[in-house]
Design a binder for this molecule. Structure first.
Ligand SMILES: Nc1ncnc2c1ncn2[C@@H]1O[C@H](COP(=O)(O)OP(=O)(O)OP(=O)(O)O)[C@@H](O)[C@H]1O
Ligand SMILES: [Mg+2]
Length: 203
């Protein structure tokens, strides 16, 4: 693929997210902080950089996908560099990579992904999912044989069903922007701490 310039100029936290090497990242932020925007731009950059990969973008409902991520895609992706099939809810890049728009409204929807493999999993408003849904997608569906990518990125507001899980896994006892090994922390009560900044967990 030839070189191109994205119109997109990331804010500071978006830049930190783009350059973070962790396999797993929680990007938290307040309303309108640029989470959905950076989710789709990160997908595009990774898709262009690695030919033939599958990037799965997730929201809880199809309506959420259409009203947020799809709008960001239409805003930011250079028109000459992709083809979008609404039937498949898939963005096709010239190098064979694809970015699919997916949803998990309830546990039954996980059936749709039983034999799907994502090189990169990006879940926007991750807090709207349940711990089971997030864990199942992350642990069973993310594999990247060609490039060893196997990345999981969660973007989220602070309030929702998965708050306790996300706080326990990515926030309690951790500092923003530091890299941590995978390790489940002890369950502690929700203390009402807001999720802010970027918290990361590498290999
Ligand atoms: N770096 C940027 N440059 C220009 N526009 C941006 C940038 N980041 C985000 N935006 C725009 O700002 C608006 C809000 O961003 P976005 O929807 O990504 O925020 P959000 O954190 O997902 O909000 P919400 O919490 O409501 O889901 C969108 O129109 C988006 O395209
Ligand atoms: Mg958003």
């Amino acid at each position: 693929m030839s070189r191109f310039n994205l119109e997109f100029v990331p804010h500071l936290t978006q830049k930190q997210f783009l350059s973070c090497p962790a396999d797993e990242i929680l990007f938290g932020g307040s309303l309108g902080g640029g989470k959905s925007c950076i989710a789709v731009n990160k997908a595009f950059i990774l898709g262009c950089a690695h030919a033939g990969i599958h990037i799965g973008l997730f929201r809880r409902t199809v309506q959420d996908l259409r009203m947020t991520l799809l709008q960001e895609i239409f805003t930011w992706y250079p028109k000459e560099l992709y083809h979008y099939s609404d039937k498949n809810r898939t963005v096709y890049l010239p190098n064979g990579s694809r970015i699919t728009l997916n949803y998990v409204e309830n546990d039954g929807d996980l059936e749709n992904y039983k034999s799907v493999q994502f090189d990169v999993l990006i879940i926007d408003e991750a807090i709207d999912f349940t711990e089971y849904q997030l864990s199942w997608l992350k642990t069973t569906r993310v594999r990247s044989s060609r490039y060893g990518l196997a990345r999981t990125y969660l973007l989220t507001n602070p309030i929702g069903p998965a708050r306790v899980y996300l706080k326990k896994r990515y926030i309690d006892g951790k500092e923003p922007l530091k890299l941590y090994k995978t390790k489940e922390t002890e369950m502690i009560p929700d203390e009402g701490i807001e999720i802010e900044g970027i918290l990361v967990k590498p290999k």
